[in-house]
Design a protein around this ligand. Structure first.
Ligand code: ADP
Length: 501
């Protein structure tokens, strides 16, 4: 029987043997500042990025650590590995607040946690009347707590979204005179431009404690705007796809930040997100009825048959199934689907939609389902199990977003050989290649205008090809399933960006 140490050695050897990620010669230290990170706490895509990118950078030999608030909702089992590093007091204008620092290592990545019960011992993450003060405190605490980090002084601080947008502002205003902070460079990434951290102008002095000369950094028509501060003071600004980086320069997509971004365009770029290719794999997905990969693609249809049965839909391998997973909001293109949904269903397809969101869309789906019980299933809930079943079982995946900074679902769908039908915007444009039958290239079906009939036409093309041109269909499936959406690859683009600093 193997001893425990032998087993450990064998596991370690196996890990080394499978690790093929090439190390980089880039040796700068990075502190990744975020308001959420997988596996500790998550409300959206930012948490996925914060869980995956630092890990991918560490795998390449870079010392990238993550810092986030110690929220009450972080589960006990994840708190167990945390060690207390030290504490310090923080000035926030006239306030003088306690700041504890905890540390934990997860999957090879060091995570720091800012502890302050007044601000973070509450359920949930956001939505409190004093969010502006809570995250101003967090930004200041990130910078102050570097003094406690046992000699870890980052060369680069990478902050994200409005919650940590003040880091580059505070760094320039309050910390540059200290030798340790003099050469720190900053990157600021916009994951969602809709949420900017906009508050009444009096906060500039009363909460942020900014001297008069620095208030213009965050001033936005008399208000305080945290995102503006991040854009103004960071050395580099990025967003999560190249197309979105261009789109947010105009007012349709820019939510009022477009003019500011146009002025700072010289330092703006877009880097598409990746997905976790281990947990999003049809070959190992535990929620699939039957696992498959490209070599065993003919097994995919067994998922459809089982899912049709489970949903009480007619069970027939020849009926095209179109899946959709996402928030039911205007962003995800529900206003395009609504006027043509009966025409989609009249094509004899099965449409399975999973998501929660605005009441009017939920009601619309319930209503149409009662008229088309054999063609529509609306699953108004949040369920990773059902999401997997949709990715495994559907033939096509619908994502006609009005805007989409990056989008993860289309990448997951392609990985599952479920061909995406998307609008050409943001990350959807960047990673779904429209199929061209003359060259055999492409990974899905796209349309450009925010127009319901153009969407209908794209669906008709997809369904037509599925029914009548199976050879082409499998060519696209083949192209889609071979795409590399791994963070391992994308981390190289961030390293290039960091090198420019
Ligand atoms: P968002 O704009 O919401 O961040 P993304 O496409 O970037 O959209 O990411 C959404 C992620 O959340 C995907 O992994 C998707 O599968 C998942 N998801 C969205 N809605 C649901 C739901 N109702 N149930 C399960 N998973 C969901």
């Amino acid at each position: 029987m193997p001893t425990e140490s032998k087993t450990k050695k064998a596991t370690a050897a196996k890990k080394t043997a499978t690790k093929t990620v090439e190390k980089t010669d880039f040796d700068k230290k990075i502190l990744f500042a975020t308001s959420e990170a997988v596996p500790y706490i998550k409300t959206g895509g930012l948490a996925d990025v914060a869980g995956a990118l630092p890990k991918a950078l560490n795998d390449r030999g870079i010392d990238c650590r993550v810092i986030l608030p110690l929220y009450m909702d972080i589960k006990q089992e994840l708190r167990e590995g945390m060690e207390f590093v030290g504490n310090i007091y923080i000035h926030l204008s006239w306030r003088y607040q306690y700041c504890g620092l905890f540390k934990s290592v997860y999957d090879g990545v060091t995570y720091y946690f800012i502890d302050n019960e007044f601000y973070f011992k509450r359920s949930g993450l956001y939505g409190y009347f004093d969010d502006g003060e809570r995250f101003a405190f967090f930004a200041k605490a990130i910078l102050e707590s570097i003094k406690l980090m046992d000699g870890f002084v980052p060369d680069i601080i990478h902050s994200n979204d409005w919650q940590t947008a003040l880091v580059p502002v505070f760094l320039d205003v309050f910390f540059r005179e200290d030798e340790r902070y003099r050469n720190i460079k900053t990157v600021y990434t916009i994951h969602n431009i809709e949420f900017q951290g906009r508050y009444t102008g009096y906060m500039s002095g009363d909460v942020l404690g900014l001297p008069d000369w620095a208030r213009e950094f965050v001033d936005y028509s008399g208000d305080v705007n945290y995102m503006k501060g991040g854009i103004e003071r960071a050395n580099k600004v990025t967003t999560v796809s190249q197309t979105y980086a261009r789109e947010i320069l105009n007012s349709y997509f820019g939510y009022g930040m477009n003019d500011i971004l146009v002025n700072r365009q010289y330092k703006l770029s877009g880097i598409i997100n990746g997905i976790d290719v281990k947990s999003n794999d049809p070959k190992t997905d535990k929620n699939a009825y039957v696992n498959y990969d490209l070599a065993t693609f003919d097994k995919k249809v067994e998922n459809k048959l089982a899912f049709q049965d489970a949903l009480g839909l007619p069970v027939d391998a020849n009926i095209p199934m179109i899946g959709m997973v996402g928030r039911l909001t205007h962003q995800k293109g529900l206003d395009l689907i609504a006027p043509i949904i009966t025409r989609i269903l009249d094509m004899g397809v099965q449409l399975v939609i999973l998501g929660t969101g605005d009441y009017k869309y939920e009601e619309m789906l319930r209503n149409i389902q009662s008229r088309y019980p054999n063609n529509l299933r609306s699953l108004i809930t949040f369920s990773s199990d059902l999401a997997s079943k949709i990715y495994c079982s559907s033939d096509m995946f619908l994502m006609p977003s009005k805007f989409e900074p990056c989008g993860l679902s289309q990448m997951i769908a392609m990985r599952y050989g479920t061909l995406p039908i998307v609008r050409e915007t943001g990350g959807l444009k960047d990673n779904v290649i429209p199929y061209d039958y003359t060259t055999g290239q492409g990974t899905g079906f796209t349309f450009y205008s925010y127009n319901a009939y153009d969407l209908l036409n794209a669906i008709e093309r997809a369904v037509g090809m599925y029914r009548d041109y199976k050879e082409d269909w499998f060519k696209i499936v083949n192209n889609a399933m071979k795409q590399d959406f791994s963070w391992e690859n994308i981390s190289l683009r961030y390293i290039d960006l960091y090198k420019q600093l």
